[in-house]
Design a protein around this ligand. Sequence first.
Ligand code: MN
Length: 229
Amino acid sequence: MSYAVPAAPVVALPVAGSEDTFPVRRIWCVGRNYAAHAREMGSDPDRDPPFFFAKPTDAIVQNGDPIPYPAGTKNLHHEIELVVAIGKAGSRIPVDQALEHVYGYAVGLDMTRRDLQNAAKDSGRPWEMGKSYDFSAPCSAIQPAVRIGHPDKGAIWVKVNGTVKQSSDISNLIWNVAETISHLSQLIDLRPGDIIYTGTPEGVAAVVAGDVMEGHIDGVGDIRTPVIA
Ligand code: MN
């Protein structure tokens, strides 16, 4: 038996302080999870249940690697996000047990073709072509929770060409990590290797070819992602 076409390689992220890598199974994303960003997107930042979308696993871009400016957009936005890496399977996970399912944390960029996303929203169509395309998920190395714990406060920011564009604190998450895991696990079975982009704070803005994005979360790490033509 052999595959009819070449099998896709496993997508894996480095694990900080280890020779191991973290094999990414699926990429889940929270739609809006900071009140000030919900407002800038024209939404009411109440505590409506979080909603989720997904990206293809091979959208991952390693820290330091460039992303090509994508086709089909004139408004490519950065969204700096805390990423949670799941280490233990679970479904219908109670909030008070949710952190037991976390392997570690990373710094990610949920790159968004905002014009395509907004057109999809306006027409009631799926978001995929705005969110779920090639090179749309830059992500740093995973910091294991056994090394750094479970960060619940600390600065999150992204600079473009050295200028701060988004700056907040992960304590401003509407739904914290445990609550997010609990909600998502009511809808799908979480598996080891799943990662969750937990949403972005206010200040999303456009980048163009030639820009360099540098993101940071206190206690988690840094990411650097150039945009090329
Ligand atoms: Mn996002």
